[in-house]
Design a binder for this molecule. Structure first.
Ligand code: NOJ
Length: 749
């Protein structure tokens, strides 16, 4: 439909009809037969509002959605099609590694492919919009939603947000197997005070612009059709009512012209925030700020009309939002084909197809981070990869678990997943492996708030609590450990311990699993710990006492296969941490790209007391951003510069280093360019990631890795919050982690 026609349509709509386009209702109001019965189920919406709401959240399935669409369009006065939206965060049915794990791949092409595959499964099941990517920068591992982010770095987050948007949307969102993306949660949702979910955010404008905004902006630049507001206040203003944020920053500065949707009830929540007295005021503030769709409350549905009639809101405000919704429907091609790619036959072919499973395995392997791999003193060999014929005991609650997807894999099914046991039985020789659960995922006392999750009460079994069997499980595990040459301890957080509303103050492994770990370690110290988690954990004890540690996050459908690929050496690990693993929770927030302070604690100055430090723990995290080992050793030369000086307007300096594979197996290293602006008009971080280059090297092979310094890399927000660069000295490093050797300096005049 042309823009002209869309405007004609808009002009022909009644005010009530227009407002309904701005209302989203949850799919739970629909029965199986796809007719609206919500009037009976809900006292919030009238039957008419339910019949005419412009979009629905949370249901999928080609046949069901086709029925709903047909019924809806018959009743809608202008036969405008509905929009179907769903949270497809790391896959629909084929579940890819959780987003933080995808961050660990440092690989935009791979991440884009996972988004493409997720989009095709979503599109065939009739859905038009996903609420992803979450572009929130995160620094606090206590926050349960770090799993949905790609980590602590603005550059990495930006390239991956862009990759996800282009993966979901394809060349044209209307095209086959494409869905619309929604960059969220605007803005700074990832910085809640104390890491406590939904908590307030206090950030200077400088920090907001330097660290938090770039990834949203990258997603928007990549063409994201939607943006979602966040639950939090930002410096005292809830995002869904923040005119400066939504109109000035998002629309004017970033040039976003798509649909802004609230988060679930975040307009109504401006009342408990203490920002609005009632729903009427909430509706007014949100529409004035430019929120187009009200997700799942009746605030818009029951207040906007009166506000217009009373002259408190100009109808043009409503028109502006409705036009955006109509444009989105149009860009998706729904006026021509309201079912888009929804197709029950293709659904059977596409969902969980072998191509997607293969990709899920690739992505999972690439996301694992080898944190430690020690040599055995007797054999002189590293514990990993496991020797071909070694007797292995797989012990722990994750040894046989198929719950390898996060709380945000709404359509993910455990039965589709490959467990470690299943994969080990395929990969290892008969009788080579034994399996023992050892303990439950949780013990009774720390199941706490988890038992009521997402509105239903979970049984002890679902939580992985086996109170009566604990003794027996432990005995079996000890027996298995004693008989083995290598113990693979498969430990981790319950998958519901991360995600929305899942903040933790203690970020260690569950107590019962730590007890198992200690007991096993006493009978057989040849331990590889495979850690499953939705966040960086405090792994100090586990790391000290394991010979090898592999972080596998929540790896998704092909998790078991991917883990065996790495343990057996079939695949050489190459993942890098996208978020620092703290030494202890007392350091949090801890991240690599902070400021030095006036009294930095430098190595070699340990005796100095009045330094920025802790008395009881180091300043450095246990494992920093960008860190991750391989089965191969890489030798990296000193960083080199093509010139030490550059003209102020033409900083064409090239920075390089040589990387050499010094071992007998091929491997992939992720080379990272870091830059520091040594002295500037505002303090600059000690280093910032500005480039990534992954190189795969055969045994003995070496390669020169070169980065071009660009103007953009040197820019920062100055005191006036304007992007600029300044003359002066810069330090650079080409490294394989954020822990760097001495850098080299250049000057821009
Ligand atoms: C609330 C979450 O914060 C958001 O990320 C999600 O997209 C919506 N609910 C819809 O499920």
């Amino acid at each position: 439909m042309t823009e002209e026609k869309l405007k004609e349509l808009l002009n022909d709509m009644s005010l009530e009809e227009k407002i309904n386009q701005l209302v989203q209702i949850p799919g739970s109001y629909y029965e199986k037969e796809a007719v609206v019965t919500g009037g009976m189920q809900s006292n919030r919406f009238s039957e008419k509002q339910l019949n005419q709401a412009g979009s629905i959240l949370g249901i999928s399935g080609a046949e069901t959605l086709r029925e709903i669409q047909k019924n809806y369009m018959e009743k809608q006065p202008h036969h405008i099609p509905l929009l179907f939206m769903l949270d497809v965060i790391h896959g629909l049915r084929t579940i890819f590694p959780m987003p933080l794990a995808l961050g660990a791949t440092f690989d935009e092409e791979l991440v884009k492919s996972t988004a493409q595959a997720a989009a095709s499964e979503t599109a065939v099941s009739g859905v038009h919009v996903t609420f992803a990517p979450m572009a929130d920068l995160v620094r606090d591992a206590r926050w349960g939603r770090v799993m949905e982010s790609t980590g602590e770095d603005p550059y990495l987050n930006s390239i991956l947000a862009e990759a996800m948007v282009s993966g979901f949307q394809g060349a044209q969102v209307k095209g086959q197997d494409s869905i619309a993306a929604c960059v969220k949660h605007f803005a700074a949702y990832g910085a809640p005070e104390g890491g406590r979910e939904y908590n307030n955010v206090e950030l200077s404008e400088h920090t907001l612009r330097e660290y938090y905004l770039p990834a949203y902006e990258a997603g928007i630049r990549a063409g994201s059709e939607l943006v979602m507001t966040s639950f939090n206040t930002l410096n005292g203003i809830p995002s869904s009512g923040n005119q400066w944020l939504l109109r000035d920053v998002l629309r004017k500065e970033m040039g976003f012209d798509g649909v802004v949707i609230s988060d679930w009830a975040s307009i109504e929540e401006m009342i408990p925030h203490g920002f609005c007295a009632d729903k009427r005021e909430a509706a007014k503030k949100a529409i004035e700020a430019g929120v187009d769709i009200d997700m799942c409350t009746d605030v818009y549905a029951n207040n906007l009309q009166k506000l217009v009639e009373d002259g408190e809101i100009d109808e043009r405000r409503i028109d502006e939002s409705v036009l955006r919704v109509l444009r989105l429907k149009n860009r998706l091609g729904l006026f021509e084909n309201p079912f888009k790619d929804g197709d029950a036959e293709r659904e059977k072919e596409v969902i969980l197809c072998s191509k997607h499973r293969k990709l899920a395995r690739e992505a999972a392997k690439a996301s694992f981070v080898l944190l430690k791999n020690e040599k055995d003193i007797q054999t002189g060999k590293k514990l990993l990869p496991i020797e071909a014929k070694a007797r292995v005991a797989f012990i722990g609650p994750y040894a046989e678990s198929k719950e390898l997807h996060s709380a945000w894999a709404i359509k993910g099914e455990a039965e589709d997943a490959v467990s470690i046991r299943e994969a080990a039985e395929e990969a290892l020789g008969r009788g080579q492996a034994v399996f023992a659960q050892g303990c439950g995922m949780l013990q009774r006392e720390n199941s706490m708030n988890l038992s009521r999750n997402a509105g239903h009460t979970l049984t002890e079994r679902e939580l992985g609590i086996y109170a009566e069997e604990e003794e027996k499980q432990m005995e079996e595990a000890l027996r298995a450990a004693k008989s083995a040459e290598v113990v693979v301890l498969c430990l981790g957080e319950h998958r519901l311990m991360s995600g929305e509303a899942a903040s933790r103050a203690d970020i260690k492994l569950p107590k019962i699993q730590l007890e198992l770990f200690r007991k096993i370690q006493k009978v057989n110290p040849r331990i590889v710990t495979v850690v499953f988690s939705g966040r960086p954990l405090d792994l100090r004890e586990v790391s000290e006492k394991s010979m090898a540690v592999l972080e596998v996050w929540l790896p998704g459908t092909e998790g078991g296969h991917a883990i065996l690929d790495v343990l057996t050496g079939e695949y050489n690990p190459s993942g890098k941490l996208p978020m620092s693993f703290p030494y202890s929770v007392g350091q949090v927030p801890v991240y690599y790209n902070g400021y030095a302070t006036g009294r930095p604690k430098m190595s070699g100055e340990e005796g100095l007391f009045y330094r920025s430090k802790y008395l009881d723990i180091p300043n450095e995290p246990l494992y920093p951003f960008g860190y991750g080992l391989s089965y191969t050793e890489f030798e990296i030369s000193k960083t080199r510069l093509s010139a030490a000086n550059a003209d102020r307007d033409n900083p064409l300096i090239k920075v390089s280093a040589t990387v050499k594979n010094t071992e007998k197996r091929s491997g992939t290293e992720t080379m990272q360019l870091y830059i520091q602006d040594i002295s500037a008009s505002v303090v600059r971080p000690v280093k910032e990631l500005k480039g990534i280059c992954k190189v795969t090297l055969e045994p003995g092979e070496e390669r020169n890795v070169e980065f071009q310094i660009t103007e953009e890399m040197l820019c920062f927000h100055n005191m006036d919050n304007k992007l600029a660069r300044e003359a002066g000295s810069y330090r650079v490093w080409v490294s394989n982690s954020s822990i760097t050797e001495d850098g080299v300096e250049f000057v821009i005049e």
